[in-house]
Design a protein around this ligand. Sequence first.
Ligand code: AMP
Ligand code: MG
Length: 309
Amino acid sequence: MRISDDPHEAAAYLKAGKIVIFPTETVYGIGASALDHTACRKIYAIKGRPSDNPLILHIGSREAIPSFGEIDKKELLSLAPFIPGPLTLILKKKVAELFSAQLKTVGLRVPAHELCLEMLKQVPFPIAAPSANLSGRPSLTRIEDVIDIFGGKVDLILKGEDPILGLESTVIDLSEDLPLYLRAGMVGFDDLLPFLPNLKRWKGDEKESPPSPGMKYRHYAPHAKVIIYQTIDEIMPNDSFAEIGFETTKKGLLSKEVLTLTEYARELYAFFTLSDKRGIKEIYCQEPREGALRDALLERLQKASRASS
Ligand code: AMP
Ligand code: MG
């Protein structure tokens, strides 16, 4: 396995049907050519990912989106403020050969990460890449964790700036008549509303068949039990707990105080991963009260706490 900081080398590996882990602005991705179904299936095996959970296809420019998915040109132009960026569009698939886990739609995203874009611009096809994490575990946001968990299991790791956002992309579905906000992320529902006035939130619970297959799976959960707290008097100190939030007791084996929601989002997964490495049993996470990122963070915290309760 190679560790390289050269996007051209990473692109050459992808063209040769290899598996490459690369940084994006959201989290690390584990990718392969979307035209190489054998390589795509290898990603599922490495992650232990259920086979019906599709992969996001990453491309190097907004202009390339209509080559792969059906989208109204005006609608695409109106979304320009978010692309490149942490926004995935689910569109009707235009190229039958693209890997899409048997669906008639594809999820397309243009990452806002310079090195990643340089790599993507070298390849003439989309790169199918879910988050680089073992299925059900927290996504990875630090190169040292990527090497720790995936070292030797993939062909190349592209080394560059670690993800600055720290949570997975927002997912919206534009394949039906009405646009649907499926997965909360850094691009909030309210940010999109001026550009997509008909946008609706997906309200189903996890038992219904969700329009985005990935939403029915456990996600983002560390081995430790995750407990959400509002104020620090709810924290029951014990000999194996960690805490992250705006206020903490400072008595945890790990205590991380954040100043902003942006910092909370950037640090959360790395904190989960570090807590697991230390064998910590309980992680207290403060509920974000307000702010644009509240939905995105709360969605991850609730999934993590449900998975471990
Ligand atoms: P990940 O990249 O691991 O964060 O997961 C990708 C997310 O995008 C999952 O929740 C998938 O279910 C969702 N996704 C990707 N492609 C599609 C698609 N064609 N239709 C619906 N959801 C999709
Ligand atoms: Mg994932």
